[in-house]
Design a protein around this ligand. Structure first.
Ligand code: EPZ
Length: 416
């Protein structure tokens, strides 16, 4: 059951609700380790990476209970500071556990993390930041061993506004002695969500969403109930699906500001995009015009996690679009797969020049990573004929049966 058979050419109509955010849930689940109480998180999404993170928390000593779509995490008895290798190397977010485990237990052992194969994905900024907080780190045979007699607050400047490094250092500082300031930190909405979650437990973090985050160390964190933010990348995936295939769809449970970069591109290229409370309606009833240029940047720039899906729209849009992937070295693996479907794309390093064609044609293509998989699903939906997409387990890392969501709107996708 690791393939999609997609019969293309169907328009998308109706309404669909966006689940809670994978990249917020993953950071918040790591943040649970900081709590000496019981954490209740609402509307926990059924994503493979989230389920793997919950497995790791259980091995660290958390007691996990599901109540409908809520997850209750009893963090009172956390005692294990070693993250199991076989799970840690499957997901990127395992590295985010370093900070909270150190803050709670003063020791932490994690192997090099996994995650989508979209580039080198170094962790130097994570480790440099932790060392600035008086953490001793030994890296040997791919294992990172950390010791911190006492975590001391400090001023830290990040060479690059790394999301994970910002989250890791934030969480390492929450129970530290003194104050930490992170300069040139990431400004993604998931960072703001993590700040709000930790502050609701009694933390003292200020400035998330700006260039400098301040964390005042506190003694301990309490129990909390929290509902993370909606998944801005899934919202964008749905909107790009209907923009590409045509139709009229209402996407519900969206933070408009979180995807304003995409909304602007869609409106500038002629789509009707209507904001209604926490929903966005997109009407696509004529051949789209090219975006002209897509340049991925840290938030609030155009998100790299939406680049593959937006690139598919460009393959059938009128005109030429220059797509530049600035964050990850090899996040254009979907391009050769799209060329098999008749797309006209010239690839040079991190740049793809996309000349829109009238039609894509069904072919057998491979899902190389999570977002490339969602992009190729959209390509199969717009293509004439049948597409076979293999390795769809990659899509399940960050979507709960993406095929069901699009079929609800009129697509014809079977998982076999
Ligand atoms: C997070 O990954 C997300 N993952 C990614 O989403 C997302 O693409 C990325 O942020 C950028 O927004 C999760 O939150 C679980 P980074 P992360 O550290 O933290 C360089 C998805 O599809 N860098 O901001 O790994 C790095 O090489 C996934 O949902 C260093 O140089 O991203 C890259 O060029 C994919 N040294 C850039 O920063 C470091 O120590 C951005 O990486 C860390 C990062």
């Amino acid at each position: 059951m690791d393939k999609f058979i997609i019969n293309g050419g169907k328009k998308l109509n109706g309404s669909i609700c966006v689940p809670k955010a994978k990249n917020s849930y993953l950071a918040i689940l790591a943040g649970c380790v900081l709590s000496s109480g019981i954490v209740t998180l609402h509307k926990c999404p059924n994503f493979v990476d989230v389920n793997k993170m919950l497995e790791i928390l259980e091995i660290l000593g958390c007691r996990i209970e599901r109540q409908d779509d809520n997850v209750i995490i009893d963090c009172r008895f956390i005692h294990n500071y070693k993250v199991p290798n076989e799970l840690a190397k499957q997901i990127r977010s395992s590295i985010f556990l370093l900070g909270p485990i150190l803050a709670r237990l003063r020791k932490a052992v994690v192997c090099y993390p996994g995650g989508c194969d979209i580039g080198a994905r170094p962790i130097d900024l994570h480790l440099k930041g932790l060392k600035s907080l008086n953490v001793e780190i030994i890296e040997k045979f791919g294992i990172i061993q950390c010791d911190a007699k006492e975590i001391k607050g400090n001023d830290i400047h990040l060479d690059y506004p790394s999301v994970g490094a910002t989250e890791n250092i934030m969480m390492a500082s929450v129970l530290a002695k003194g104050t930490t300031r992170i300069f040139n930190c990431a400004k993604e909405p998931e960072i703001v969500d993590l700040q709000n979650f930790i502050n609701k437990m009694g933390g003292k973090i200020y400035g998330a969403g700006s260039d400098i985050i301040t964390i005042e160390g506190v003694e301990k964190l309490s129990s909390v109930e929290y509902t993370p933010m909606p998944d801005r990348i899934i919202a964008g995936t749905y909107l790009l699906g209907v923009a590409t295939c045509g139709g009229d769809v209402l996407v519900k449970n969206v933070e408009f500001e979180h995807i304003f970069s995409l909304i602007t591109k869609l409106r500038d290229s002629g789509f009707e995009v209507i904001k209604k409370d926490d929903s966005i309606r997109l009407i696509s009833n004529k051949r789209p015009k090219s975006f002209g240029k897509i340049e991925t940047m840290p938030y609030p720039g155009f998100p790299t996690d939406m680049q593959p899906q937006a690139l598919v729209l460009q393959t059938v849009s009128e005109g030429v679009c220059v797509v530049v992937e600035n964050l990850f070295e090899t996040r254009l693996k979907h391009v050769p797969e799209l060329v098999k479907m008749g797309a006209n794309i010239t690839l040079k390093d991190r740049m793809a020049i996309v000349s829109g064609v009238e039609k894509l044609y069904g072919a057998e293509v491979c899902c190389t990573d999570l977002r490339a998989g969602s992009a190729l699903t959209i390509a199969g939906m717009v293509a004439q004929g049948q597409t076979i997409l293999t390795n769809v387990h990659n899509i399940d890392r960050g979507y709960d049966h993406l095929e069901n969501a699009f079929n609800l709107l009129g697509a014809d996708i079977k998982r076999v």
